[in-house]
Ligand binder design. Sequence first.
Ligand code: NOJ
Length: 562
Amino acid sequence: MGRRRPVQSQPSDQAVPAAAADNWWRQAVIYQIYPRSFADSDGDGIGDLPGITARLEHLTELGVDALWLSPFYPSPQADAGYDVADYRGVDPIFGELSDAYALIESAHRRGLRVIVDLVPNHTSSAHPWFAAALAAGPGSPERARYIFRDGRGPGGDEPPNDWQSVFGGPAWSRVTEPDGSPGQWYLHLFDPAQPDLNWDNDEVRAEFLDILRTWLERGVDGFRVDVAHGLVKQADLADWHYPQETLSGGTDQRRPPMWDQEGVHEIYRSWRALLDTYPGGKILVAEAWVQPAERLAAYTRPDEMHQAFNFEYLQASWTAADQYAVIDRSLAAADSVGATPTWVLSNHDVVRHASRLGLPVGTPRPNGIGIGDPQPDVQLGLRRARAASLLMLALPGSAYLYQGEELGLPEHLRLPDEARQDPTWERSGHTERGRDGARVPIPWEADAPSYGFGPTDASWLPQPGVWAEFALDRQRDVPGSTYEMYRTALRLRRALGLGSGTVEWLESGDEVLFFRNGPVRVLTNFGAEAVPLPEGAELLHASGPLDTDGNVPTDVTVWLRD
Ligand code: NOJ
């Protein structure tokens, strides 16, 4: 250990998006809003755009640079909006187009940039294109926008290949032809209500360029690109012979035919060229579950996307060795293409890190936790989550926060199975609980109905009875609260330029991770024993109290100044 990695950067304290540096994203802290669970303005139990606009103060008070909105477009909500029926509209459950304009404008006025979600791998089966494909029949130009094939076996009764859906079950569904006969099959890597588009089709390419243009003209600052590694499939649609357990790409030897194909890069180059014609630093962020880090880095070459989520970091186990390895590898991979690394610990697809880190070290990342599953140690999880977040926010590059993590919010661990809405639960035959536990509406006020999520008790997923203690109003101005820990971290990160700094590894070992970033030394204690503060160090910030001897206890991160 002891290497130094430069990170390309610009000063981080821009306030007004329009006038600010084009490189704002290189060190930005970006806050993910999951619209249905952030704030509900009308009391129907589903969060909405006016609810978000009314709560923007929270984001400026917290000190983030930008927000990313998960999909709010018209959708049957078969996969919580990741099944889009109209890419240019707003679903009535979230408001109207004018509400989206008001949100963008209000965010910009506060110096917050706005990133929207783009879902190009599949449409909803309620999209007019899919209806047209069904009506037009085999061989039609309408079908050519999707991936339709004849089945295998006698009568075409078997799916065209053996691919499995990420949510469970086959990745193919059979349609009934307009004449009533059993017909072709269409590919859906996710739910049957999410047919995959055919990215070899020129109309598809042109349509998405136009969708990008539409939202750019409406003033958004970038796009989070859903399933960015999935758009292009291996041309022969060859059998894969393995289960489709996760979204991950494999190694070069075993690269799945549906993920991380070379052809995706050309698409992102064309998008980048479009974005670069707009001023102000518009960005593309890849949601690409791709390994190893070098393959992921290819998505962020200078003429492709700006960022890619670092899921390898999210999945690293809580040991000094693993954290060192993933951080060092991520810095090197990003550096190799002139990108800046990103860091993320939670999002709407994974068990919240305050719960995940309470599972025994080395437990594979579960797909949801429910009644009857091995339960995490709640106190340990929060303690480690705070240490992990403070470590993450000291790293150079860009960090993504998921709504509620600033409150130390755990997963809903006792969500009744009958309340579950993630298609994973049904499609896996009730073997995978899925992602609902991370998507529960968040608590704002301890004593209000729905903890202040909305004006009524209504909440599309039930909130745990014990969430009052996590509510924002129980934590604001309370020294030592998770919320105040995040606020202080973000203020110091900005003031000390940590996002645009460099990592220089100091004496780390099996028990301690120790590095310098600019004027700050950062130490996380993973060992069983408390460790002394380095001599002469001034304690700037800590994820938990020091012990009575002034030492750094287990599972605590400290920021130190010389
Ligand atoms: C990734 C999204 O984050 C997830 O929520 C969704 O289910 C899949 N992509 C399919 O769109």
